[in-house]
Design a protein around this ligand. Structure first.
Ligand code: SF4
Ligand code: SF4
Length: 104
């Protein structure tokens, strides 16, 4: 068995939190995720809060505001597809910014 096989096997044993801790980010100054916040106020499902694997979106009920922690984005695109109102202006981070995967 080669050393690469062992590494992949170990990686598959890791929890999601452990895997996320292997990822590096180089955040841009500006968010590459720009929902229409007015639309979010009347969104019933707030599905972005549930579907994002990196926990980027958080609805703040007291403030009636959507928090977007874009620095943690894995660039999977799921939120753009799932958004109830199709109102997320989504683009890749500029240049060398964004997520850096060490494996896979
Ligand atoms: S699913 Fe779309 S409309 Fe609803 S809160 Fe998230 S970004 Fe806003
Ligand atoms: S692209 Fe993926 S990781 Fe990034 S905010 Fe959307 S669902 Fe979350």
């Amino acid at each position: 068995m080669g050393s690469n096989t062992t590494i992949v096997g170990d990686f598959n044993q890791m929890t999601l939190d452990d895997k996320l801790s292997t990822i590096k980010y180089e955040p841009d100054i500006n968010s590459h995720l720009n929902p229409d916040f007015e639309q979010c106020k009347t969104c019933k499902s707030k599905i972005c809060n549930k579907i994002c694997p990196a926990g980027v979106y958080e609805w703040l009920e007291d403030e009636k505001k959507l928090l977007v922690k874009y620095e943690n984005c894995l660039e999977c695109g799921a939120c753009r597809i799932a958004c109830e109102k199709k109102c997320i202006n989504w683009e890749y981070p500029k240049g060398t910014k964004g997520v850096i995967f060490k494996r896979g």
